[in-house]
Design a protein around this ligand. Sequence first.
Ligand code: RUQ
Ligand code: CUA
Length: 661
Amino acid sequence: MRAASRRAAAIGLAACAASACGQNGGNGRNGGNGVEDAATVQEVMAARGLSEEDLLAAAKTYLPSGKLDEYVMLTSGGQSGHLLVIGVPSMRIIKYVAVFSPEPWQGYGYGGLGDEVLYGQGQRGKKRLAWGDTHHPALSETGGDYDGEFVFLNDKANARIAVIDLRDFVTRQIVANPLIVSNHGATFVTPGTEYVVEGGQYPAPLGGGYAPLSAYEDEYRSAVTFWKFDRAKGRIDEDASFAIELPPYMQDLADAGKLASDGWVFLNSFNTELYPGTRGIEGQPPLESGASQNDMDYLHVIDWRKAERLVQEGRAREIAGIRVLPLEVAARERVLTFVPEPKSPHGVDVTPDGTAIVVSGKLDTHCTIYEMSKIKDLIERGQFAGKDRYGVDVLDFPSTIRGQVQVGLGPLHTVFDDKGNAYTSVFLDSTVNRWSYERLDQPVEAIPVHYNVGHITAVEGDTVSPGGRFVVAMNKLSQDRFVEVGPLYPQNFQLIDISGPKMRLLYDMPLPLGEPHYAQIMRADRLETVQVYSPPGVNSYTGELVPGAPTAGEERIERNGRKVDVYMTVIRSHYTPDTIEVNEGDEVTLHITNIEQATDQTHGFTVDMYNINLSLEPGKYEEVRFIADTPGVFPMYCTEFCSALHLEMAGYFLVKPKGAR
Ligand code: RUQ
Ligand code: CUA
């Protein structure tokens, strides 16, 4: 028995025997077996048991020190509530961007101005929300191509949307949707980022409130919200936004039309059975199977330009402060039309030319390719096969499709390259399949991935001009890929080279911070980031210069009864002032400017035991307001190793107890 197995057994855990699980069996490991003495590539290959193929993969991904990645992947951080930035092809993590969760390194959620985004505007309900279930980032687009300006991210658990400015990768805004209680078809943008689209998932009474499950068909509803994006302000304009009421089917992923399908949004659904769960009655199936009875669900085809016009003409009614186009209006005016889609679909993806929409049915073995011109034509001619129970017109399935392609068990999501190919992730088969969305010929080319791939993402794969170099498979399971570190396994991102006639697997990357669902990969040269905030005194959460932010020579402490205002500057390697003395119970406001203008000269700032922790990037302004309710002596110090005298970058915050003299 291995020592580790013995120890695990001793603490009552079932550990797999080395022989059974294969870990440490020597097969996957590359120890020091002679590699130290290897002087040539051939010797290293021999010592580490590497093939020509391995070396080729290494050469295609390795970046010598000082060389930069060609692409950046922006991936949701799943339950972590963050967004991650990863370099491609090196698969090196470059940044975590704090969005829906506090993040100490960025000083987000620990007393500073970020609290207004995280705990202020981003809140709903009575509980303080301090996480998000992030799924789908969407890069802003101009003319259907990524423009490198913004990225949007959803929080499925609390129906929220965040706006992140790519000049500094800071979360500028969180918008809580007051209509719905969970989202999923979010975020997606229209080709000019006119709107950020948020589709709902689990229906509930619109605008919140209670209704019994017995009223599911009549009182539960879903909605798709079109958040108006004001690019100049870098913010969603809630007053200029609107929503469309939808039946209480469970809406899933969405995509916006482009070029040939510009002006339309497509939204998948499942549970068209309207099965709300067991209703507490024994012998009824659980939601899972009750929601999977029908052979077809409904692809929601939405004419958003017409919806926008009707809302402007006053056809919407206001619910919870949002203009909502009622379902009956949407149905009657054919803003909303249904097309049958095979069985509990997941991904709905518009081809780069916008002519077709690919739907992947989780319980089907096909991808279904719909032809936009056929759908439009049928709607224009008013030729429908029937209506659903809410009066929405339903098109005839065979008349709308270009065809179907057999891909395997559990197709989930499809992305595209620059050669007319589609790439579909196939969850149960654990493969990524390549096929032509123009020719639809069989069989498709499959490459195994490890294991159970959810989404995939391709270089600029959501745009009108995909890059065609790489696909990343975002795998859910990773057993036998990484050193075991307990029962919670990392996700496995696998980089696949798609540029040649055969797909090749290049690299495995563990992703140990939540389960990311989707990511987008953009050319790195599209980014125009700021190095320092200039002139100093900028609130990074608004992007604006703060009037009255202290600069050199303006440092002071102002007292006004119980109110104490400290105007502080920060530069290597001191705080001015570096001693603050207040009385217990005083209301303290710290106004702090990092007056550095040199790149990467960030300072931290903490007041011990007050849960205050800031990150002061060059030129950034921070503001902290708190009650000095704990008397004592508290060091304040810099938490970022900034200079030779970093440890000396400190001071004291003294709180004189009541009654002391
Ligand atoms: S989803 S794989 Cu939001 Cu597809 Cu999770
Ligand atoms: Cu400033 Cu360390």
